[in-house]
Design a protein around this ligand. Sequence first.
Ligand code: NAP
Length: 313
Amino acid sequence: MADREHTAVAIIGSGPAGLTAAIYAGRANLAPVLMHGPLPGGQLTTTTEVENFPGFPEGVQGPELMALMEKQATRFGATIRQELVTEVDLAHRPFTLTTPQRTLTCDALIIATGATPRSLGIPGEKELTGFGVSTCATCDGAFFRDEIIAVSGGGDSACEEANFLTRFASKVYLIHRRDELRASKIMQERVLKNPKIEVLWNTVVTEVQGQRPQGVTALTLKNTKSGDLSTLPCAALFVAIGHIPNSGLFRDSLPLDENGYIVPNPNSATTSVPGVFVCGDVQDHVFRQAITAAGSGCMAAIEAERYLEQIAD
Ligand code: NAP
């Protein structure tokens, strides 16, 4: 039978939001228990150099930053477990979280489940994931040394991935559906100045060609203006077209906006359920930065601490 356990504060998610919440709750002597899924450290562990997190003037690798945050959280008494939460009951108190290993009850819950990379939903994409189709340049870029690589997207992620991939690739095509990049000016400049990157404007990928286990051989492209189809021979496609909030567990218990983001109360990490707090990318469709996620994790932990003091009175 699965174990049963109770904690004052449970945290779901181990990105910058969840780990910052764990640091603050740990320092408040609340001995938080943090549960995370198969990607410890969250999305930052799939990124390359983080140049804009304060305190690292030379930049820091995403996985290293997350390892440091985890070390800091455990130093203050947080327990961190790789256990996927499959069910939550927020209608009864204490709240109940179910994982394959145990049933965890908690007086306060901090949700920091983040967001998942969006996929194109085109033929060949799913079938060839892990065989040339990827959403993580850091993880998979080095497999395509001296090959031609394509990146789909026009935001900061796509530009960052395209730049990073030029370390390995002989050439990188950045495929964007419009004639203007969404990315910040500095990222745009880096892409446009990089001699190894060619931007294919007004273009979408309609099919990934190839087979397992040999991998991707080409992409079918469509010009969004003319409708013309073409074939681009390449060895890999990195999809970097944004994210979907990981809010499915809370669909029935918390208000979500039209894109699935959890809606906190204004200027707060509190939600419509007292004792349930939300932070990080699962509630943020505007900034989605490591530093804003960390800041909101801090807010969630401070508000959770105040809530626990209130219910103890
Ligand atoms: P994003 O800003 O939402 O950009 C997504 C891109 O993918 C857009 O260019 C969009 O095209 C395109 N796209 C979306 N769906 C598509 C589809 N079905 N087919 C083809 N193209 C599609 O997402 P992001 O780049 O992941 O960035 C998310 C946030 O993280 C942003 O706030 C960003 O600034 C931040 N970020 C920052 C850094 C950094 O500062 N170093 C690095 C990465 C991310 P349209 O432009 O036409 O909508």
